[in-house]
Design a protein around this ligand. Structure first.
Ligand code: ZN
Length: 506
């Protein structure tokens, strides 16, 4: 026999496609050719696989070897094809009877010594195998728990190429995925820890209920970070589809903790202001690594000290915020990752970042304007809720300590408000108020009675609010009414919305 075929999976974005790895031996000078759109990593695979085979005590066929990855049109990245290539080559040489591997999907990178190394993206790969009707997979032992998350798939694991070979030749057992309940998800910080901060808490609740982006301005020590990192605790848990998508992105980034399980909590990502563009939006060689904006997909992207981010980094966020997706240029074509995030910005009022009222701050009004101006064009314009928070005074701390409402209480109001919005907009194909196009809210049947929007229109006419800002206030007013369990916003809701939009709320 001089031909063999083993199944594997390649990823394009978060979507896996079953790939057939074919190996053919022919007489002639001993060479190895890999065809089927391989990237650099696949060329390296040739040397890795040969060393692994030899160091596992097997004979590398000294013939002309052609390895073909089908379908040829599918771009293939990364090192997860190694194990399938090794099996196909040994199979074509008659060293391995491949019957036990028929219809089995084989994933894994090989070390030169023949060990099988974990690969990124096992979760979406196994999901793709299952979708294609392949219910048996062999994965690196470190990825076994993650693979076992996919229901209806029989997962077996290997730690070495030798183990795979003896399974095929002698029927010796493969490794089993770890049994027992997966580790509990790490606890999420709770709003009950936040004393005082009535405005900050209100802004957070409104942002959560309507899916609005949020900017928190204020001096250091005002508790901006504390508020921001509690946003996931009041958002609804991810449904099955969202959990699968989010977990797949974390899998591709190689960030699934041991004992893997589906991510149910909206993720929270807080990249440092020195983060590079690839760290924010994704990139890297081989299988592109999702950036913070994709790891925060269906969760919260928090930019602390936002004006300190490089201009290029802030600009790079524009496209994902607009489209909910990131497009990364690759050596062949492009990779796309989902990136639908709720953005939370925090900023000090001036670059010196002195506490409020500190007399040593000598920043001029112009310096302050310029500082926040770094955010204006690309980001601030997309943000519905903008509030200024102040440090909690000692009196406030002692008065309200321990009386802060818990995240669970806020989350139940958020869930009810979201349900109301989803029911109202279902005919328009929208779920949250933040997604509503402005014109819809300005026209019947959704426009508000003129008396209720008098102040809003006056601000527009006076130029203190832009047309976009006008629409943002309307969206916020709907969210405020939803939180209060009313069908429509009234004048008070509009007034509060103006305050939350312009940062004038007190
Ligand atoms: Zn200053």
């Amino acid at each position: 026999m001089s031909y063999a075929r083993v199944l594997c999976v390649g990823l394009v974005g978060v979507t896996g496609h079953v790939v057939q790895v074919e190996a053919d031996l022919a007489s002639g000078l001993p060479t190895v050719a890999i065809t089927g759109l391989p990237d650099t990593a696949l060329h390296e695979a040739r040397d890795r696989v040969r060393a692994a085979v030899v160091n596992s005590g097997r004979t590398w066929p000294n013939r002309r070897i052609t390895i073909n990855l089908l379908p040829a049109t599918l771009p293939k990245y990364g090192s997860s094809f190694d194990l399938a290539i090794a099996a196909a080559v040994l199979g074509s040489a008659g060293e391995l009877p491949l019957l036990p591997l028929e219809r089995v999907v084989v994933l894994g990178e090989l070390g030169l010594d023949g060990t099988v190394r974990p690969v990124r993206g096992v979760l979406p790969m196994v999901a793709a195998a299952a979708r294609a009707g392949h219910d048996r997979v062999i994965v690196p032992v470190e990825n076994a728990a993650e693979a076992a998350v996919i229901p209806g798939v029989r997962v077996r694991a290997v730690d070495t190429l030798h183990r795979l070979v003896t399974f095929v030749t002698e029927g010796s057992p493969l490794l089993e995925p770890p049994q027992g309940a997966p580790a509990a998800a790490p606890p999420v910080p709770d709003l009950a820890d936040v004393a005082g901060q009535l405005l900050g808490r209100r802004a957070l609740e409104v942002a959560a209920a309507g899916g609005h982006h949020l900017a928190l301005l204020g001096p250091p020590g005002a508790g901006k970070t504390m508020l921001a990192e509690r946003l996931p605790s009041v958002l609804p848990e991810l449904d099955d589809d969202a959990a699968m998508e989010v977990t797949a992105l974390h899998s591709i980034a190689g960030l699934i903790p041991p004992g893997g399980q589906l991510i149910r909590r909206p993720p929270f990502q807080a990249p440092h202001h020195t983060a590079t563009v690839p760290a924010l939006v994704g990139g890297g060689s081989g299988l592109a690594r999702p950036g913070a904006v994709s790891l925060a997909h269906r969760g919260v992207l928090f930019l602390d000290e936002a004006p300190e981010f490089a201009k290029g980094a802030l600009d790079a966020l524009r496209q994902p915020l607009e489209h909910g997706r990131v497009r990364l240029a690759r050596s062949r074509g492009a990779a796309e990752y989902p990136a639908r995030v709720q953005l939370v910005l925090a900023a000090n009022p001036c670059p010196c970042a002195k506490p409020s009222g500190d007399v040593t701050c000598e920043c001029s009004p112009l310096t302050r304007r310029r500082y926040l101006g770094r955010l204006s064009g690309p980001l601030l314009d997309r943000i519905d809720v903008q509030v200024t928070v102040q440090p909690v005074r000692a009196a406030e701390l002692t008065e309200v300590a321990g009386s802060g409402e818990s995240s669970a209480a806020v989350a139940s109001r958020v869930a009810a408000a979201r349900a109301a919005a989803a029911a109202r907009w279902s005919g328009l194909g929208r779920r949250i108020n933040a997604e509503l196009p402005g014109p819809v809210l300005r026209r019947p049947p959704w426009c508000l009675p003129a008396p209720d929007t008098r102040e809003l229109r006056a601000r527009l006419d006076a130029g203190s609010l832009s047309a976009r800002g006008f629409d943002r206030v309307l969206r916020l007013a709907w969210t405020i009414a939803d939180l209060d369990g009313r069908d429509r916003p009234d004048a008070d809701d509009v007034r509060e919305a103006i305050g939350l939009r312009t940062g004038e709320a007190l």
